[in-house]
Design a protein around this ligand. Structure first.
Ligand SMILES: [Zn+2]
Length: 451
């Protein structure tokens, strides 16, 4: 079924906390030299994702997303052609900082054409790995970014606190070079953050992890080489560098025109993190300027005025996320051109038949009013109603004397909107009440039968 759960007032999830946003910038020189920059950036990003996945660093702990990519007007190697100086210049570049803020990016990697001699990439400080928000920058030479050395994924690993296999620093965040258990001429392999060594063994797209094997050999060891553990524990820290928030967008689902006197259901659609807790505010206005608050749930029932209005009613949805970021959507609701008699649903515009959004554990009562069509009816009518798949449903036709004239029990109830056609050929002309029982809720609706 197409119900999407939008939670309110529930705890933040780990995945939301640990969404790490990566911004990739490139110099004009790099752009001129790279025929397909977009593909290169996407491949680099995918390689990092693969490395994380291969090493069992899952999105629940470290959910990397590509926040965006853009050119940065940065001239490479202006001082002694030094990549160490350039990384410092990048970290202090106010345009780069502004872009990082604009994209809400936690990590920034600059692709260069690369004229730094044999050095193809650098992250944070060249000699001391500094792991904080101010040093979450790297430089990677574009044409080496995604080749079999995986320079992009390598420098990314440094930003996360990963170290070379021969880094003398204490701790367990080192890469690993190891022998695979196969009868091959070149048996040595190294994990992503390893430094080049004599003989250049092949790099595999894995961060070191003592619990993950590659061709029968462990890719890490518990006391020294466990990049996976380092990266996993850094996810939430990195995500907090720019506030830990994935920008979200909001839209109103529902019809832009409603018959006079009819009800319509509108719901908030959030595009963004899957399970944050949002606050909702619905407001309506006659002039589109001054609004009155009419609801604070994920959905809102709008009742159209019974007299025809030439100008629309303006519906405004305001959604606030846990740290106070606000998004709006607006929908003008017009009068539908239809009968203005109460209770005569002229067409399906009076009710929202699209995907239904509701809170966890919220009762389905009153979510969507049932509709009887046509009304007045002659020999046949349809009832549209919302139900859960396990609901018992029963329709009872009661005349003005209070007598039950007809009962109808539909089969094959599905979760969502059901439509049931009912013959009224044997019912005499008159006014009836249809008692619509769906699960525990009962609606009483007036029905007129004309013969
Ligand atoms: Zn390195």
């Amino acid at each position: 079924m197409n119900n999407l759960t939008v939670q309110t007032n529930t705890a933040k999830t780990t995945g939301w906390n640990c969404k790490v946003r990566l911004l990739v910038l490139y110099t004009p020189a790099a752009f001129a030299a790279e025929p397909n920059m977009a593909s290169r950036i996407n491949l680099a990003y995918q390689q990092v994702k693969s490395g994380l996945y291969n090493s069992k660093i899952f999105t629940t702990d470290f959910d990397l997303v590509l926040a965006g990519s853009q050119q940065l007007n940065f001239v490479e190697g202006t001082i002694n052609n030094s990549i160490s100086i350039d990384i410092s210049l990048l970290e202090n570049n106010t345009t780069a900082q502004a872009l990082r803020s604009q994209y809400a990016a936690d990590i920034v990697i600059l692709l260069t054409k690369g004229n730094y001699g044999t050095i193809t990439g650098i992250a944070t400080d060249a000699t001391n790995l500094i792991i904080d928000a101010a040093h979450a920058y790297a430089i990677v030479q574009t044409d080496w970014a995604t080749t079999d050395g995986y320079t992009f994924a390598h420098e990314f690993g440094h930003i996360c606190g990963g170290r070379h296999q021969n880094d003398p620093a204490p701790g367990t965040a080192h890469a690993k070079i190891f022998q695979i258990n196969q009868f091959l001429w070149k048996k040595e392999r190294r994990t992503i953050i390893s430094a080049s060594s004599a003989g250049l063994p092949s790099v595999i797209l894995y961060y070191s992890n003592p619990n993950i094997n590659y061709k029968g050999a462990a890719t890490g060891d518990i006391n020294y080489s466990n990049n996976a553990n380092q990266l996993r524990t850094m996810g939430c820290t990195l995500a907090s560098y720019q506030g830990g928030n994935e920008p979200f967008s909001v839209s109103i689902a529902g019809n832009g025109s409603v018959c006079p006197c009819n009800m319509a259901y509108y719901s908030a659609i959030i595009s963004g993190p899957p399970t944050p807790y949002y606050n909702f505010e619905w407001a309506i206005s006659n002039d589109g300027i001054s609004y009155s608050i009419v609801g604070t749930s994920v959905g809102y029932y709008f009742k159209q005025s019974c007299s025809f209005q030439n100008s629309p009613t303006h519906l405004r949805l305001k959604v606030t996320d846990p740290i106070g970021q606000v998004r709006y959507d607006f929908l003008p609701i017009l009068n539908d051109t239809c009968s203005i008699s109460y209770g005569y649903p002229c067409n399906t515009h009076g009710v929202y038949f699209g995907p239904l959004f509701r809170k966890n554990n919220e009762s389905t009562e009153d979510l969507i009013p049932s509709i009887i069509y046509p009304n007045p009816a002659n020999d046949e009518l349809s009832i549209h109603f919302y139900a859960e798949s396990n609901n018992q449903v029963k329709f009872t036709f009661i005349n003005t004397l209070g007598e039950e004239c007809k009962t109808f029990i539909p089969n094959n109830i599905i979760e969502g909107i059901n439509t049931e056609k009912i013959s009224t050929i044997n019912l005499p002309q008159g006014v009836y009440t249809i008692q619509i029982a769906i699960g525990k809720r009962v609606e009483n609706r007036k029905l007129v039968i004309l013969k």
